[in-house]
Design a protein around this ligand. Sequence first.
Ligand code: Y12
Ligand code: CO
Length: 171
Amino acid sequence: MLLPIITYPNKILKSVSTQVENFDENLHILLENMYETMIASNGIGLAAIQVAVPQRILILCIPDEEGNQFIENRLEIINPVIHHPRGITTYQEGCLSVPGFYEEIERFESLELHYHNRYGEPSVLEAHELLAIAIQHEMDHLEGKLFIEKLTYNRRKKFEKEYKKALKEKK
Ligand code: Y12
Ligand code: CO
């Protein structure tokens, strides 16, 4: 089932998400629906708060070199914690909750991620480059933060002006 994606400036996106306690059928249905919603929207990452569920749940599916996304590469990440962040990189980020806007953002280049899978089993993964960037972008959502909050004052002002104009034109 496709879920509606909440977009900026909806205040729900500012919620701090809570830990998942129950790794049950409801969680599995939510994960399936989030994946379907993300793929249908041409996304590579989605946090549960973007579909109005304030829990620490992320879905990621990094495309291969040809840009194809395969379900075998889907990552379901619950209650994540970053360990050993290192290096600095920049990437032109976008967000399904801020449609039509992309900006260069600085992130750690590599990290180790500790998390739980859909059955509540602990897992660890080593992430570099695009996966590491996407994890950091999605984990900011868990704290109620959007990538636009990382912009300089002037760039943020420009964004607000352009975004408001685009919203008006959409109506
Ligand atoms: C690097 C940087 C950021 C992330 C977070 C995940 N972001 C996305 O998956 C964003 C996807 C996105 C897709 C859009 O739709 C199309 O391109 C058709 C889109 O739409 C418009 O801008 C109109 C915006 C964002 C992961 C890795
Ligand atoms: Co986002």
